[in-house]
Write a protein that binds this ligand. Structure first.
Ligand SMILES: [Zn+2]
Length: 228
């Protein structure tokens, strides 16, 4: 499961690993937390049109990666809070799809600016994984009224970490990541115009992540493991 704030965050943070694992038979669920309604530099674009467009782009990007489904939580872009409503929504996703591994934004990143929605998503997802989704007395209405069961996620992986401690070989799937990223046409257009093309950035970062490894392209994460 990949829990992320805005359309295209999942492709940037975990696109290559999601695509690779889906190809190898994993069931991958994307959980998009906001509606992406603020992500435009085009003054003629209004929020309603943008939301519909980005939803379509997100579905197309997920399809490229072989993701089984995208769940749209629909919170306002720029409006995520570390509150019960958001936490409950992520807990529900975890209990419904019962992932072994969850990917999300590293909320504790200190180096450089990070979007507030990214921090909120990272914090809320961390808390949802442990202990809220696991313990039946948290959000017990989901269990009593919706028929869900508590779920223990084995592993949490943060992208964007200052000090990553695991690296995956994505040599086989970096092309897929680039292809998926380009499905977010309303976003990568801007990146191209500014002369920093998205593909170049993805490949450079993946190459840097694989320095010292026996493979060419890598994706790095900071890992939290639950005790068995
Ligand atoms: Zn974002």
């Amino acid at each position: 499961m990949v829990v992320f704030a805005h359309p295209d965050d999942a492709e940037i943070g975990a696109g290559a690993v999601a695509g690779l694992w889906a190809k190898r038979g994993c069931e991958v669920t994307f959980v998009l937390c906001t509606d992406g309604g603020s992500g435009s530099n085009d003054p003629s674009m209004d929020s309603q049109r943008l939301v519909a467009l980005r939803r379509k782009e997100q579905a197309a990007a997920a399809a490229v990666l072989g993701v089984a489904r995208v769940e749209f939580l629909g919170f306002p872009d720029g409006g995520l809070e570390d509150d019960r409503a958001f936490r409950g929504a992520v807990v529900r996703m975890i209990r419904k799809y019962r992932p072994q591994t969850v990917f999300t934004h590293d909320p504790y990143r200190m180096k450089g600016f990070q979007h507030r929605d990214h921090r909120m998503t990272g914090i809320v997802t961390t808390d949802a994984v442990f202990p809220y989704a696991r313990d039946h007395l948290h959000f017990s209405e989901q269990i009593n009224e919706e028929g869900l069961k508590p779920h223990k996620t084995r592993r949490l992986l943060y992208w964007g970490a200052d000090e990553p401690d695991v690296v995956f070989d994505i040599t086989e799937s970096v092309d897929l990541q680039v292809e998926a990223l380009y499905k977010h046409e309303s976003q990568v257009g801007g990146l191209k115009d500014s002369g920093r093309d998205a593909e170049g950035r993805v490949r450079t970062r993946a190459e840097e992540s694989a320095v010292g490894q026996a493979f060419k392209y890598g994706a790095t994460y900071r890992q939290l493991l639950a005790r068995v």
